[in-house]
Design a protein around this ligand. Structure first.
Ligand code: HQG
Length: 183
């Protein structure tokens, strides 16, 4: 029986970071050939195309999208892809969950995309806390004044799974939330 989490992690690796590891390439807007990916997964994990479709469907964060004979990760890429998302107007405030150890650099340079293509922002504190808690150490939540950024002409993009993306958040738009403000 294939392990869904292992397969999902492999799909994230291939569709976001290293398509060449599976002998695949990402085409326009990050789409890859669904059949070719399934063939690799069949060999590596013994899982069928139906398993892959189920994993896409059941993925708790809806990380993947299938469209006919193609599949892509909806966000989180490190490889240079243009997802083709139109700019969207975000809620007035967005949130970013991170670790205390990154704060000095963040308050100096702002939020930068690091190894990914975008800075990832959450629509609520709860989601931002989940993002922050993926890593060990003290979690910190930053409020992002997305209304002011929008007013200043900065573009935001909404991924298909509800993550807000932008290129850079300069420090002047960031406010650290106090512990007592957190849920
Ligand atoms: C930090 C998961 C130093 C940033 C989540 C973060 C998300 C800085 C880390 C998605 C910095 C980058 C993305 C600066 C930012 N100096 N550190 N100037 N600017 N950082 O993983 O937001 O499960 O690339 O705070 O749910 O943690 O993969 O970004 O701690 O949506 O689908 O550098 O990944 O989704 O880490 O997470 P990441 P992230 P998936």
């Amino acid at each position: 029986m294939p392990n869904d989490t292992q397969i999902s992690k492999f799909m994230s690796l291939v569709l976001r970071h290293a398509p060449q590891d599976a002998g695949l390439s990402l085409g326009e807007n990050g789409w890859a050939d669904f059949g070719a990916l399934c063939a690799v997964i069949q060999t590596k994990f013994g899982a069928s195309a139906a398993d892959v479709l189920r994993i896409v469907e059941e993925n708790p964060k809806k990380r993947f999208a299938v469209d006919g004979d193609r599949i892509r990760a909806v966000q989180g890429h490190s490889v240079d892809v243009n997802l083709g998302l139109p700019p969207s107007v975000p809620p007035d405030i967005l949130f970013h969950g991170t670790k205390e150890e990154f704060l000095p650099a963040i308050l100096r340079e702002g939020l930068t995309s690091q190894s990914r293509q975008h800075v990832h922002l959450s629509k609520d504190v709860e989601t931002a806390l989940i993002v922050a808690r993926r890593r060990a150490g003290k979690s910190v939540i930053l409020q992002v004044d997305s209304a002011a950024m929008t007013k200043d002409g900065v573009s935001f993009f909404l991924s298909d799974n509800g993550v807000w993306l932008t290129n850079h958040v300069p420090p002047r738009y960031l406010t650290q939330m106090l512990e007592r403000e957190l849920p």
